[in-house]
Design a protein around this ligand. Sequence first.
Ligand code: SF4
Length: 711
Amino acid sequence: ETVTGPGERQVDSLCPFCGVGCQLSFQIEKAPGGERIVSVDGRDGPANHGRLCVKGRFGFDYVASPERLTVPLVRKPGAPKRPVFGRVPANWREQFREASWDEALEIAGGGLAAIRDGTDGHPVHGPRALAGFGSAKGSNEEAYLFQKLVRTGFGSNNVDHCTRLCHASSVAALLEGIGSGAVSNQVADVMQAGLIFVIGANPTVNHPVAATWIKNAARRGAKLVVADPRRTELARHATRVLQFRPDTDVALLDAMLHTIIAEGLVDEAFVRERTRDFDALRKAVAHCSPEAMAPVCGIPAELIREVARDYARSRASMILWGMGISQHVHGTDNARCLIALALVTGQIGRPGTGLHPLRGQNNVQGASDAGLIPMMLPDYHRVGDAQAAAAFERAWGMALDREPGLTVVEIMNAALAGEIRGLYVMGENPAMSDPDLHHARAALASLEMLVVQDIFPTETAVLADVILPASAFPEKTGSFTNTDRIVQLARQALQPPGQARQDLAILVDIARRLGLDWTYAHPREVFEEMRGLMPSIHGISWERLEREGAVTYPCPDETSSGEPVVFRERFPTADGRGRFVPALPSPGAELPDADWPMTLITGRQLEHWHTGAMTRRATVLDAIEPHPTVSLNPRDLAVLGLAAGERIRVASRRGEIALVARADDGVPVGSVFIPFAYAEAAANLLTHPALDPFGKIPGFKHCAVRVTAIH
Ligand code: SF4
């Protein structure tokens, strides 16, 4: 913190909005009733070098929104739980009454404990009748404590967070193939790449500062291949653009693998010395020639060949991908193909090469590392791994459930089936972010004890039994891990408003009511416990974070400067080798047909972040993109007799919404694109709940819809 003038301070922190992890400074001034952030400046951090996008620079005044939750609330006796369709109404508080912190914590913690212990006399009870959703927007310390609370306080592994809706399939494929779910190379490595292959990602919108490095690299001579069903802004900078048909990633990538093998472009030494199961891949893609796959994916065979040759022959090729790869019912297969591309060509383990799943939320990497997932303890030890589980049992002083818990959508299904009765949600909004929202909201409304800890009355919070007012990002200190595996420190700049409290303190109080004797008073204590149990960050002390501000992991000891490029000699698998897991094209869960003839692709916009809880309350961002829109190719608009600017209806088998039509010739003919940030036209009312069988991620990028005029 630096005093910059009378009543003025500057606090060095981070941007809360995406996994790039830009460092910034909050400029703070005295204001009526306290202090406020008046501006934000970029700092010279490893990921941003002073750069910020519009969200980082202008998306801060949500913190001072009059809609902030400032007092604990409990549902009035008998007040019905009615899911909100549309924006949360101004009278939402009529269902609640104010409570003291003690009373609210007693009702929340007591209610959860009663379900765990069966003291309420209900036949469905026990540890597995409870679940928790932590948050990828919280700090590493909050994520670690949340999963520890579920595992030791609830007594089960029913803990998950939005990684399940984001990169769960990528992580499943990466752990299976190369033994680590994190990126192999950092974004800045694009400056050392000869070829950059961006597939299923729109970094200009979703990782804007990362996109600037990609564009800089392309300008300096790197070949840039952009592959996506939508032609996005990054395509303007590309050497080649592959606008393949939605949901045909495997066909395209198998054809590239076929070409590499058929044309002798395999790195034989790398495959021999560092991989296994190559024969399985060779056999699987033998029939996937570019000629065979071109009619499936819509890319000319010769163009597929040229891209495959360029990727294999470049001195250093790097793959970056996003939700376009992962959010499919075969998202794991998509990622398996990308891993195979890197392994078969030896394009991994050196600067400018490797695999980079661009992380979405600001701490989705760290939250996953910290064990906020139902099948993994911290540092990705499987919950059924007897040796690892025993180590955590010793450290935490109690026996742990050795069975994997349920994932996000499975928890919703279990709630609706009456098998889960209590849910603790810290900083997530499943009533907007889950697929098939009629189902998800009915599931939330059916819970007997829904505890929501948040800063705003979200669509989830209004269904709660107890609402605990929490702290916004600039109101707390903690460590966050960005997409590059860089652990960075965010520092508290403001006090939470009213009676709102820091999330860590609320977690400790809930834990105590569940019988745990927690005494954590500062995130430092939690981080020190974490690094004692997590070899990946063992060399990163809190003092080091305070001194250096950012440290890359793996960081085995305090003299290590971390490893920006990993897998140089071996992969962290049992035999040190990477494994080929072949995948073949398969149909999606719901294909267009005569009644539902178009494909829905959901995603994000530059100005709005995820379910919009923060950015739609940020004045500048909301002014730029105030209304829900649906983008269509102008040819489809003409065929349907619709015009840009007109309100139109988009329906699926699960629901319908009305939005303003936009013409976008980057959207492929036959598809529509809808951002999912808008409660008044929630895209997830339409999406399909089918899951990828490995990553358990829903296919947000593909379902069948119908578009009609509103007369
Ligand atoms: Fe924030 Fe991401 Fe923009 Fe950087 S790129 S300013 S981290 S939203």
